[in-house]
Design a protein around this ligand. Structure first.
Ligand SMILES: *[C@@H]1O[C@H](CO)[C@@H](O)[C@H](O)[C@H]1NC(C)=O
Ligand SMILES: *[C@@H]1O[C@H](CO)[C@@H](O)[C@H](O)[C@H]1NC(C)=O
Ligand SMILES: *[C@@H]1O[C@H](CO)[C@@H](O)[C@H](O)[C@H]1NC(C)=O
Ligand SMILES: *[C@@H]1O[C@H](CO)[C@@H](O)[C@H](O)[C@H]1NC(C)=O
Length: 189
């Protein structure tokens, strides 16, 4: 892995969101599509207006079979009504330079709004980089002050990079409290 200059990145999230689903049936409504690409879509979720329980459960199915949650850019990869959770694609934000010195970055924000929150048990916040300080911020129900946490990753030289561990050298990670929403990631170098 070649790092160039000030490095980089990120923040994967193996995303799972919790939804409070009350009266769930577990199958698509009659005459409603029950798939979007590979994704099985049980009620209360649905792709057409008469098929979902409310706009929170709208699955926006792109023609190529990619499923998005509501009108967001959050990609849904699995829905489990029994567990009351949906799985979404890892969210990755980055801020780095190519070998040619070109600055590459994206917007480090993931809007998770009610009824969804981020599962603490099934996610971790991770950052990869040298001299990288990354933090995330989110709100818990009924609290006005944000919860902020983060981690720091350093490299003492590329020789010290151990790609198999994530414990502060090259990569760092921290857990996430249950119930966070409105998560924002800040990257500091
Ligand atoms: C599928 O379509 C969505 C929405 O237009 C797009 O964001 C996504 O990149 C596409 N995926 C592939 C694999 O083409
Ligand atoms: C469906 O699953 C296959 C195999 O896991 C994967 O290669 C493909 O990208 C998936 N298609 C969509 C639309 O997610
Ligand atoms: C979807 O989630 C269920 C429940 O957690 C799990 O059993 C299943 O293997 C998952 N499917 C995929 C394709 O990840
Ligand atoms: C969460 O984000 C939404 C959408 O931007 C905003 O309307 C809401 O006020 C935010 N909530 C908190 C607690 O920041």
């Amino acid at each position: 892995m070649a790092f160039h200059g000030r490095m980089l990145i990120i923040m994967p999230f193996s995303l799972v969101l919790f939804a409070t689903i009350t009266s769930a049936v577990g199958q698509a409504k009659q005459n409603c599509p029950d798939r979007c690409g590979n994704l099985t879509i049980p009620y209360p979720f649905g792709v057409n207006e008469d098929c979902y329980m409310g706009s929170d459960y709208f699955i926006n199915c792109a023609p190529n079979g990619t499923a998005f949650l509501r009108n967001s850019n959050i990609r849904v990869t699995n829905i489990s009504v029994d567990l009351g959770e949906i799985q979404i694609q890892q969210y990755l934000t980055y801020d780095c330079y190519t070998q040619e010195g070109e600055h590459r970055y994206n917007i480090p924000e993931l809007w998770v709004t009610p009824p969804y929150t981020i599962s603490g048990a099934k996610n971790k916040f991770m950052a990869v980089g040298c001299d990288t300080y990354a933090e995330f911020e989110g709100y818990r129900p009924n609290q006005n002050l944000p919860f902020i946490a983060g981690c720091m990753s350093q490299c003492l030289g590329l020789d010290s990079v151990d790609e198999n561990s994530c414990s502060g050298i090259w990569c760092c990670q921290t857990s996430i409290p249950d119930g966070l929403k409105n998560r924002t990631v800040f990257l500091n170098f």
